[in-house]
Design a binder for this molecule. Structure first.
Ligand code: KIV
Ligand code: ZN
Length: 437
């Protein structure tokens, strides 16, 4: 089918576009199999994780956090299976999470033996709250934990590279970054970079989590901007963000975070993850798409992706979930149906290269969805809706003068049945009224 250019002009009084917009896709890292999985009532079993992994690869993810192999035997075995069955494409890097604790780091390195491309992601919590109530330590205490972890990881990596030539990169997360004094976040990350010997050729991924969404999107973005401006050896780091959705604003936080300087985003499909979930990568990516930016991820088969997600997580995608929900490309009200019909007509006649249909943010076909389910007829639908169904489903172009009469017949039938009518029922009304006389 014809591809239309997504087009949403932003009208501001003095200029067409705001200064800060997202111009290109960040590096995406899926944490579905780790943050997402650890939040499930029934974590995924081996088969489900492998299926989900393959789905992420098919969508185009090049970095995938596959688990926490030092946390349980199951997690360890899943990682070993991926490696031993050679299921990881050469252009995909697997990421493994570990706390900055020596015995867990050791176990993690055992688990990654034989993998070609790995990111070892280590973390410790740095927030004022956690320091006070959980760890009962000061900032120097958490810096020491991170630096000791970094030194051990460097040592084990050098040994592994000598042995197998694996490509091992590092990621460090000051967990609860947004609840940590910003100067301390910069300081701890600089110390970790020093300990790892990060260089522009061998960059450290610094992942800045908005754990429990402690900061509102605007404050989180300010923190990221400050961090990027003040970090020494900025060129030796990749700034990554890891927004959570506890305030329900993870999408906004992600988008503002990218505008503030983040180059990489961690999140999940449909926003699964701890508590209220992680940033929904599908939504952020499709939002970019709707603004004309290539997200470099392929959600054309959104229906299949959703099916696999629901099977593996045993959770449902909400009917109104952006881009993927059953109801998001429907219009129940008559005025919306009429406007959609006019938009579709305009596009056909004008040959515009842009998607210019009111009430449909993108062409549903761009996520593999069809026009057919867009218009449903119930008692609130206007006269244009029934005519639209006749045109779309049955190829009948009803003259405008017929719309009010036919619309009224359909409305009466809806009122009598008390439910929405299916296209075939609408056709039957038409047949009885006009074809069988
Ligand atoms: O939300 C969080 O802070 C995390 C870290 C372990 C990255 O998941
Ligand atoms: Zn998280």
């Amino acid at each position: 089918c014809k591809k239309y250019i997504p087009f949403q002009p932003i009208h501001l009084p003095d200029r067409q576009w705001p200064d800060k917009i997202i111009r290109e896709a960040p590096v995406w890292c899926s944490v579905d199999l780790r943050d997402g999985n650890q939040a499930l009532i029934d974590p995924m079993n081996l088969e489900e994780k492998l299926l989900f992994f393959q789905t992420l690869v098919d969508i185009g993810f090049k970095e995938i956090e596959v688990g926490f192999p030092s946390a349980s035997e199951t997690e360890y075995e899943i990682l070993r299976t991926l490696i031993e069955r050679d299921l990881i494409p050469d252009d995909v890097t697997i990421q493994v999470l570990v706390q900055a604790r020596p015995h867990l780091i050791q176990k993690t390195f055992e688990a990654i033996q034989g993998a070609k491309n790995v990111i070892v992601h280590f973390y410790n919590s740095t927030s004022t709250l956690q320091r006070k109530v959980v760890f009962k330590t000061d900032m120097q205490g958490v810096i020491d934990i991170a630096v000791e972890g970094a030194k051990l990881i460097k040592e084990l990596t050098e040994a592994e590279i000598r042995k197998s030539g694996a490509n091992i990169r590092f990621e460090y997360s000051p967990e609860s970054f947004s609840g940590t004094e910003i100067e301390n976040s910069v300081l701890i990350c600089e110390k970790v970079m020093e300990a790892l010997g990060s260089t522009p050729e061998n960059k450290l991924i610094l992942n800045l989590p908005n754990t429990v969404e402690m900061a509102t999107p605007n404050c989180y973005a300010d923190q990221i901007e400050y961090f990027c401006r003040h970090l020494k050896n900025r060129e030796s780091a990749i700034i990554s963000i890891h927004p959570h959705n506890d305030r329900g604003t993870a999408t906004a936080a992600t988008e503002l975070g990218i505008m503030a300087g983040a180059e990489r985003v961690e999140g999940t499909l449909f926003g699964n993850g701890e508590r209220t979930g992680n940033a929904d990568i599908m939504v952020v990516a499709m939002n970019m798409y709707s603004q004309g930016v290539d997200p470099k991820l392929d959600f054309f088969h959104i229906h299949d992706i959703r099916e696999i997600y629901e099977k593996c997580t045993k959770m449902k995608v909400h009917e109104r979930h952006p881009y993927a929900g059953d109801l998001v490309f429907t219009a129940f009200s008559g005025s919306h149906q009429d406007a959609i019909k006019k938009g579709v007509d305009y596009m056909t006649k004008s040959g515009t290269p842009y998607w210019e249909v009111p009430y449909l943010p993108i062409n549903p076909a761009d996520v593999g969805r069809e026009y057919e389910p867009i218009i449903r007829i119930n008692s609130q639908s206007g006269k244009g809706g029934a005519a639209f169904v006749m045109q779309q489903y049955f190829g009948y172009e009803l003259p405008k003068a017929m719309h009010p009469e036919f619309g009224a017949m359909v409305k009466t039938a809806c009122d009598e049945t008390g439910r929405e009518l299916r296209p075939q029922e609408i056709f039957d009304i038409f047949r009885r009224a006009y074809l069988e006389v």
